[in-house]
Ligand binder design. Structure first.
Ligand SMILES: Nc1ncnc2c1ncn2[C@@H]1O[C@H](COP(=O)(O)OP(=O)(O)O)[C@@H](O)[C@H]1O
Ligand SMILES: [Mg+2]
Length: 340
Protein backbone atom coordinates (compact mmCIF):
# COMPACT_ATOMS: atom_id res chain seq x y z
CA UNK A 1 0.00 0.00 0.00
CA UNK A 2 1.42 3.38 -1.00
CA UNK A 3 1.66 6.12 1.59
CA UNK A 4 0.20 9.54 0.93
CA UNK A 5 2.19 10.97 3.84
CA UNK A 6 5.07 9.84 6.03
CA UNK A 7 5.74 11.53 9.34
CA UNK A 8 9.18 10.75 10.72
CA UNK A 9 10.56 11.65 14.13
CA UNK A 10 8.55 14.86 14.31
CA UNK A 11 9.46 17.06 17.26
CA UNK A 12 7.52 20.22 18.03
CA UNK A 13 8.39 22.16 21.17
CA UNK A 14 6.82 25.25 22.75
CA UNK A 15 9.35 27.65 24.26
CA UNK A 16 7.30 29.04 27.13
CA UNK A 17 8.41 31.11 30.09
CA UNK A 18 7.84 28.12 32.33
CA UNK A 19 10.15 25.98 30.19
CA UNK A 20 10.26 23.95 26.98
CA UNK A 21 7.01 22.04 26.42
CA UNK A 22 7.90 18.92 24.44
CA UNK A 23 4.48 18.62 22.84
CA UNK A 24 5.66 16.20 20.15
CA UNK A 25 8.82 14.36 20.99
CA UNK A 26 9.69 12.22 18.00
CA UNK A 27 6.49 10.87 16.52
CA UNK A 28 6.46 8.71 13.40
CA UNK A 29 3.64 7.13 11.43
CA UNK A 30 2.57 6.68 7.83
CA UNK A 31 -0.76 7.59 6.31
CA UNK A 32 -1.72 5.13 3.60
CA UNK A 33 -3.47 6.20 0.46
CA UNK A 34 -7.26 5.67 0.44
CA UNK A 35 -7.28 4.62 4.07
CA UNK A 36 -9.01 6.79 6.65
CA UNK A 37 -6.44 7.25 9.37
CA UNK A 38 -7.35 8.02 12.96
CA UNK A 39 -5.25 9.95 15.44
CA UNK A 40 -6.47 9.27 18.96
CA UNK A 41 -5.39 10.09 22.50
CA UNK A 42 -6.52 11.98 25.56
CA UNK A 43 -6.64 15.74 25.59
CA UNK A 44 -3.10 17.16 25.54
CA UNK A 45 -1.55 14.13 23.83
CA UNK A 46 -0.44 16.15 20.78
CA UNK A 47 -3.14 15.46 18.18
CA UNK A 48 -3.77 19.06 17.19
CA UNK A 49 -0.08 19.98 17.29
CA UNK A 50 0.59 17.09 14.90
CA UNK A 51 -1.85 18.52 12.34
CA UNK A 52 -0.59 22.07 12.83
CA UNK A 53 2.99 20.88 12.35
CA UNK A 54 2.17 19.05 9.12
CA UNK A 55 0.41 22.14 7.77
CA UNK A 56 3.21 24.46 8.84
CA UNK A 57 1.00 26.59 11.10
CA UNK A 58 2.38 25.92 14.58
CA UNK A 59 1.69 29.09 16.58
CA UNK A 60 4.28 30.93 18.67
CA UNK A 61 6.07 30.08 20.90
CA UNK A 62 6.07 26.71 19.12
CA UNK A 63 8.76 25.47 16.77
CA UNK A 64 9.31 22.29 14.83
CA UNK A 65 12.76 21.28 15.97
CA UNK A 66 13.28 17.99 14.13
CA UNK A 67 11.78 15.44 11.79
CA UNK A 68 10.48 15.04 8.28
CA UNK A 69 7.01 15.12 6.76
CA UNK A 70 7.14 13.47 3.37
CA UNK A 71 4.35 14.32 0.96
CA UNK A 72 4.57 13.66 -2.77
CA UNK A 73 8.24 12.80 -2.38
CA UNK A 74 9.16 16.07 -0.70
CA UNK A 75 9.86 17.08 2.88
CA UNK A 76 7.26 19.68 3.82
CA UNK A 77 9.42 20.90 6.70
CA UNK A 78 11.95 22.23 4.17
CA UNK A 79 9.42 24.25 2.23
CA UNK A 80 9.15 28.04 2.37
CA UNK A 81 6.16 29.77 3.97
CA UNK A 82 4.95 30.72 0.53
CA UNK A 83 5.13 27.15 -0.79
CA UNK A 84 3.30 25.89 2.29
CA UNK A 85 0.61 28.51 1.87
CA UNK A 86 0.02 27.27 -1.64
CA UNK A 87 -0.10 23.64 -0.48
CA UNK A 88 -2.62 24.52 2.21
CA UNK A 89 -4.94 26.04 -0.32
CA UNK A 90 -4.44 23.28 -2.77
CA UNK A 91 -3.62 19.89 -1.35
CA UNK A 92 -3.61 19.73 2.43
CA UNK A 93 -6.39 21.16 4.56
CA UNK A 94 -7.47 21.21 8.20
CA UNK A 95 -10.87 21.72 9.72
CA UNK A 96 -10.65 22.97 13.27
CA UNK A 97 -12.27 21.63 16.39
CA UNK A 98 -13.90 24.97 17.12
CA UNK A 99 -15.72 26.24 14.02
CA UNK A 100 -15.59 29.79 15.34
CA UNK A 101 -11.85 29.80 14.66
CA UNK A 102 -12.42 29.13 10.98
CA UNK A 103 -15.45 31.36 10.40
CA UNK A 104 -15.13 35.08 10.94
CA UNK A 105 -18.25 36.48 12.65
CA UNK A 106 -18.17 39.80 10.79
CA UNK A 107 -18.38 38.45 7.23
CA UNK A 108 -21.11 36.45 5.57
CA UNK A 109 -20.41 32.75 5.54
CA UNK A 110 -20.63 32.51 1.75
CA UNK A 111 -18.24 35.35 1.02
CA UNK A 112 -15.62 33.86 3.34
CA UNK A 113 -15.58 30.58 1.51
CA UNK A 114 -15.73 32.29 -1.90
CA UNK A 115 -12.67 34.24 -0.89
CA UNK A 116 -10.74 31.04 -0.17
CA UNK A 117 -11.69 29.70 -3.59
CA UNK A 118 -10.73 32.92 -5.38
CA UNK A 119 -7.40 33.02 -3.63
CA UNK A 120 -6.44 29.62 -4.95
CA UNK A 121 -8.26 29.26 -8.23
CA UNK A 122 -8.55 31.47 -11.25
CA UNK A 123 -12.32 32.01 -11.14
CA UNK A 124 -14.70 34.98 -11.30
CA UNK A 125 -16.68 36.08 -8.27
CA UNK A 126 -19.84 34.54 -9.72
CA UNK A 127 -18.11 31.23 -10.41
CA UNK A 128 -16.73 31.20 -6.89
CA UNK A 129 -20.22 31.82 -5.52
CA UNK A 130 -21.63 28.93 -7.53
CA UNK A 131 -18.84 26.68 -6.25
CA UNK A 132 -19.64 27.71 -2.67
CA UNK A 133 -23.32 26.98 -3.09
CA UNK A 134 -22.43 23.57 -4.47
CA UNK A 135 -20.26 22.82 -1.43
CA UNK A 136 -22.95 24.15 0.92
CA UNK A 137 -25.39 21.76 -0.71
CA UNK A 138 -22.86 18.94 -0.39
CA UNK A 139 -22.67 19.56 3.38
CA UNK A 140 -26.50 19.70 3.38
CA UNK A 141 -27.15 23.31 4.23
CA UNK A 142 -30.80 23.85 3.39
CA UNK A 143 -31.61 26.82 1.14
CA UNK A 144 -27.96 27.28 0.36
CA UNK A 145 -28.57 30.13 -2.07
CA UNK A 146 -30.19 32.33 0.60
CA UNK A 147 -27.93 31.14 3.35
CA UNK A 148 -24.92 32.25 1.30
CA UNK A 149 -25.66 35.81 2.49
CA UNK A 150 -26.06 34.98 6.19
CA UNK A 151 -23.59 35.48 9.02
CA UNK A 152 -22.12 32.69 11.18
CA UNK A 153 -24.36 33.55 14.18
CA UNK A 154 -27.44 32.86 12.04
CA UNK A 155 -26.39 29.21 11.74
CA UNK A 156 -26.98 26.51 14.35
CA UNK A 157 -23.94 24.88 15.97
CA UNK A 158 -24.30 21.79 13.81
CA UNK A 159 -24.63 23.88 10.67
CA UNK A 160 -21.63 26.01 11.63
CA UNK A 161 -19.58 22.87 12.05
CA UNK A 162 -20.72 21.68 8.62
CA UNK A 163 -19.79 25.07 7.17
CA UNK A 164 -16.36 24.86 8.76
CA UNK A 165 -15.96 21.51 7.03
CA UNK A 166 -17.24 23.09 3.80
CA UNK A 167 -14.61 25.79 4.12
CA UNK A 168 -11.82 23.27 4.48
CA UNK A 169 -13.19 21.34 1.50
CA UNK A 170 -13.48 24.38 -0.72
CA UNK A 171 -9.92 23.97 -1.90
CA UNK A 172 -10.66 20.34 -2.87
CA UNK A 173 -7.71 19.07 -0.83
CA UNK A 174 -6.05 15.69 -1.42
CA UNK A 175 -5.86 15.17 2.31
CA UNK A 176 -7.98 16.64 5.09
CA UNK A 177 -7.09 16.69 8.79
CA UNK A 178 -10.43 16.86 10.59
CA UNK A 179 -9.68 17.96 14.16
CA UNK A 180 -12.45 16.73 16.48
CA UNK A 181 -15.15 17.72 13.99
CA UNK A 182 -17.90 16.39 16.22
CA UNK A 183 -16.66 17.04 19.73
CA UNK A 184 -18.85 20.11 20.24
CA UNK A 185 -21.96 18.41 18.88
CA UNK A 186 -24.64 16.32 20.50
CA UNK A 187 -24.94 12.66 19.66
CA UNK A 188 -27.56 12.82 16.89
CA UNK A 189 -25.83 15.65 15.07
CA UNK A 190 -22.52 13.90 15.58
CA UNK A 191 -23.81 10.87 13.67
CA UNK A 192 -24.99 13.14 10.84
CA UNK A 193 -21.67 14.92 10.57
CA UNK A 194 -19.74 11.63 10.58
CA UNK A 195 -21.95 10.25 7.82
CA UNK A 196 -21.45 13.43 5.89
CA UNK A 197 -17.66 13.23 6.26
CA UNK A 198 -17.75 9.74 4.79
CA UNK A 199 -19.90 10.87 1.89
CA UNK A 200 -17.71 13.85 1.14
CA UNK A 201 -14.64 11.71 1.27
CA UNK A 202 -16.08 9.50 -1.48
CA UNK A 203 -17.41 12.43 -3.46
CA UNK A 204 -14.22 14.47 -3.41
CA UNK A 205 -11.88 11.46 -3.37
CA UNK A 206 -9.74 12.84 -0.59
CA UNK A 207 -7.82 11.11 2.15
CA UNK A 208 -9.06 11.80 5.64
CA UNK A 209 -7.17 11.96 8.91
CA UNK A 210 -9.67 11.88 11.71
CA UNK A 211 -8.47 13.45 14.95
CA UNK A 212 -10.47 12.53 18.02
CA UNK A 213 -10.23 11.56 21.69
CA UNK A 214 -13.11 9.14 21.14
CA UNK A 215 -12.40 5.49 20.31
CA UNK A 216 -16.03 5.19 19.20
CA UNK A 217 -15.44 7.69 16.40
CA UNK A 218 -12.31 5.77 15.39
CA UNK A 219 -14.29 2.52 15.24
CA UNK A 220 -16.95 4.14 13.10
CA UNK A 221 -14.76 6.01 10.66
CA UNK A 222 -11.22 4.69 10.41
CA UNK A 223 -9.37 1.76 8.92
CA UNK A 224 -6.00 2.50 10.55
CA UNK A 225 -5.17 4.32 13.73
CA UNK A 226 -2.25 5.85 15.58
CA UNK A 227 -2.57 6.15 19.35
CA UNK A 228 -0.74 9.12 20.87
CA UNK A 229 0.19 9.63 24.47
CA UNK A 230 2.00 12.70 25.80
CA UNK A 231 3.64 13.55 22.50
CA UNK A 232 4.71 9.99 21.66
CA UNK A 233 3.23 7.19 19.55
CA UNK A 234 2.01 4.16 21.52
CA UNK A 235 0.86 2.10 18.58
CA UNK A 236 -0.19 2.20 14.94
CA UNK A 237 -2.26 -0.58 13.41
CA UNK A 238 -5.48 -1.47 11.66
CA UNK A 239 -8.47 -0.44 13.73
CA UNK A 240 -9.75 -4.03 13.87
CA UNK A 241 -6.48 -5.27 15.36
CA UNK A 242 -6.37 -2.43 17.85
CA UNK A 243 -9.88 -3.19 19.07
CA UNK A 244 -9.39 -6.96 19.18
CA UNK A 245 -5.82 -7.14 20.36
CA UNK A 246 -4.27 -3.84 21.38
CA UNK A 247 -0.52 -4.03 21.81
CA UNK A 248 -0.06 -1.25 24.31
CA UNK A 249 -1.35 -0.89 27.88
CA UNK A 250 -2.43 2.70 27.20
CA UNK A 251 -4.64 1.60 24.31
CA UNK A 252 -6.17 -1.11 26.44
CA UNK A 253 -6.96 1.54 29.06
CA UNK A 254 -8.48 3.83 26.43
CA UNK A 255 -10.59 1.00 25.06
CA UNK A 256 -12.09 0.18 28.42
CA UNK A 257 -13.08 3.81 28.85
CA UNK A 258 -15.13 3.85 25.62
CA UNK A 259 -18.68 4.96 26.31
CA UNK A 260 -21.06 2.07 25.72
CA UNK A 261 -22.80 1.61 22.40
CA UNK A 262 -25.73 3.74 21.28
CA UNK A 263 -24.00 6.80 22.60
CA UNK A 264 -25.24 6.47 26.15
CA UNK A 265 -23.02 8.75 28.14
CA UNK A 266 -21.38 6.37 30.51
CA UNK A 267 -17.67 6.66 31.18
CA UNK A 268 -16.82 3.18 32.29
CA UNK A 269 -13.44 3.65 33.77
CA UNK A 270 -11.11 6.54 33.77
CA UNK A 271 -7.41 5.90 33.42
CA UNK A 272 -5.87 6.67 36.81
CA UNK A 273 -3.47 9.62 36.96
CA UNK A 274 -3.19 12.52 34.58
CA UNK A 275 -1.29 13.39 31.43
CA UNK A 276 2.29 14.19 32.46
CA UNK A 277 3.90 17.58 32.55
CA UNK A 278 5.54 17.91 29.15
CA UNK A 279 8.21 20.27 30.43
CA UNK A 280 9.49 17.54 32.73
CA UNK A 281 8.14 14.38 31.12
CA UNK A 282 8.67 11.00 32.82
CA UNK A 283 11.84 9.18 31.84
CA UNK A 284 11.62 6.20 29.50
CA UNK A 285 8.10 5.34 28.38
CA UNK A 286 5.96 8.38 29.14
CA UNK A 287 3.05 6.18 30.16
CA UNK A 288 5.00 4.24 32.80
CA UNK A 289 3.77 6.20 35.87
CA UNK A 290 0.17 5.26 34.96
CA UNK A 291 0.85 1.82 33.57
CA UNK A 292 -0.36 -1.28 35.43
CA UNK A 293 2.47 -3.29 33.84
CA UNK A 294 5.43 -0.96 34.36
CA UNK A 295 8.79 -2.36 35.47
CA UNK A 296 12.19 -0.74 35.89
CA UNK A 297 13.03 -1.27 32.22
CA UNK A 298 10.13 1.03 31.28
CA UNK A 299 11.76 3.96 33.09
CA UNK A 300 15.03 3.67 31.23
CA UNK A 301 14.80 4.26 27.50
CA UNK A 302 12.17 6.12 25.51
CA UNK A 303 10.79 3.32 23.32
CA UNK A 304 9.97 3.80 19.64
CA UNK A 305 7.08 1.95 18.04
CA UNK A 306 8.32 -1.18 16.24
CA UNK A 307 6.45 -3.88 14.35
CA UNK A 308 5.25 -6.54 16.81
CA UNK A 309 2.75 -8.27 14.53
CA UNK A 310 2.05 -7.86 10.83
CA UNK A 311 1.19 -4.21 10.16
CA UNK A 312 1.00 -3.58 13.91
CA UNK A 313 3.56 -1.31 15.58
CA UNK A 314 3.85 -0.93 19.33
CA UNK A 315 6.11 1.13 21.55
CA UNK A 316 5.71 -1.12 24.59
CA UNK A 317 9.02 -2.85 25.30
CA UNK A 318 7.31 -5.44 27.51
CA UNK A 319 4.55 -6.33 25.05
CA UNK A 320 5.68 -9.94 24.52
CA UNK A 321 5.79 -10.64 28.25
CA UNK A 322 2.51 -8.93 29.10
CA UNK A 323 0.41 -9.65 26.04
CA UNK A 324 -1.63 -12.51 27.52
CA UNK A 325 -2.37 -10.59 30.70
CA UNK A 326 -3.21 -7.45 28.69
CA UNK A 327 -5.75 -9.30 26.56
CA UNK A 328 -7.20 -11.05 29.61
CA UNK A 329 -7.76 -7.70 31.31
CA UNK A 330 -9.40 -6.27 28.23
CA UNK A 331 -11.72 -9.25 28.02
CA UNK A 332 -12.64 -8.98 31.69
CA UNK A 333 -13.30 -5.23 31.45
CA UNK A 334 -15.52 -5.82 28.42
CA UNK A 335 -17.48 -8.52 30.21
CA UNK A 336 -18.04 -6.17 33.12
CA UNK A 337 -19.16 -3.43 30.74
CA UNK A 338 -21.57 -5.78 29.00
CA UNK A 339 -23.16 -6.86 32.27
CA UNK A 340 -23.68 -3.28 33.53
N1 LIG B 1 0.55 27.60 22.29
C1 LIG B 1 1.01 26.67 23.13
N2 LIG B 1 1.88 26.99 24.10
C2 LIG B 1 2.37 26.06 24.96
N3 LIG B 1 2.03 24.76 24.92
C3 LIG B 1 1.18 24.38 23.97
C4 LIG B 1 0.62 25.29 23.01
N4 LIG B 1 -0.21 24.61 22.19
C5 LIG B 1 -0.17 23.33 22.61
N5 LIG B 1 0.67 23.18 23.66
C6 LIG B 1 0.94 21.94 24.41
O1 LIG B 1 1.13 20.88 23.51
C7 LIG B 1 0.58 19.68 24.04
C8 LIG B 1 -0.28 19.02 23.00
O2 LIG B 1 -1.40 19.83 22.74
P1 LIG B 1 -2.51 19.46 21.65
O3 LIG B 1 -1.86 18.99 20.40
O4 LIG B 1 -3.39 20.62 21.54
O5 LIG B 1 -3.26 18.23 22.33
P2 LIG B 1 -4.58 17.48 21.83
O6 LIG B 1 -5.00 18.07 20.52
O7 LIG B 1 -4.19 16.04 21.73
O8 LIG B 1 -5.58 17.70 22.93
C9 LIG B 1 -0.18 20.06 25.30
O9 LIG B 1 0.59 19.70 26.41
C10 LIG B 1 -0.27 21.56 25.23
O10 LIG B 1 -0.21 22.11 26.51
MG1 LIG C 1 -6.75 19.07 20.02
Amino acid sequence: MANIMEIENLKTYFYTEAGVVKALDGISFNIEEDVTHGLVGESGSGKTVTALSVLGIVPNPGRIVDGRVIFEGENLLEKSDKEMQKLRGDKIAISFQDPSTSLNPVFTVGSQIAEVIMRHQDVTKEEAKQAVIEIMEAVRIPEAEQRYYEYPHQFSTGMRQRMAIARSLSARPDILFADEPTTALDVTIEAQVLNLMQELQDKFGMDLVMITHDMGVIAEMCKRVTVLYAGRVCETANVDSVFHEPKHPYTQALLTSVPSVLGKIKRLSVIPGTIPDLIHPPSGCRFHPRCAFAKDVCKKEMPDAVEVAKGHESACVRIDEINDELQARLKKAREEQASD
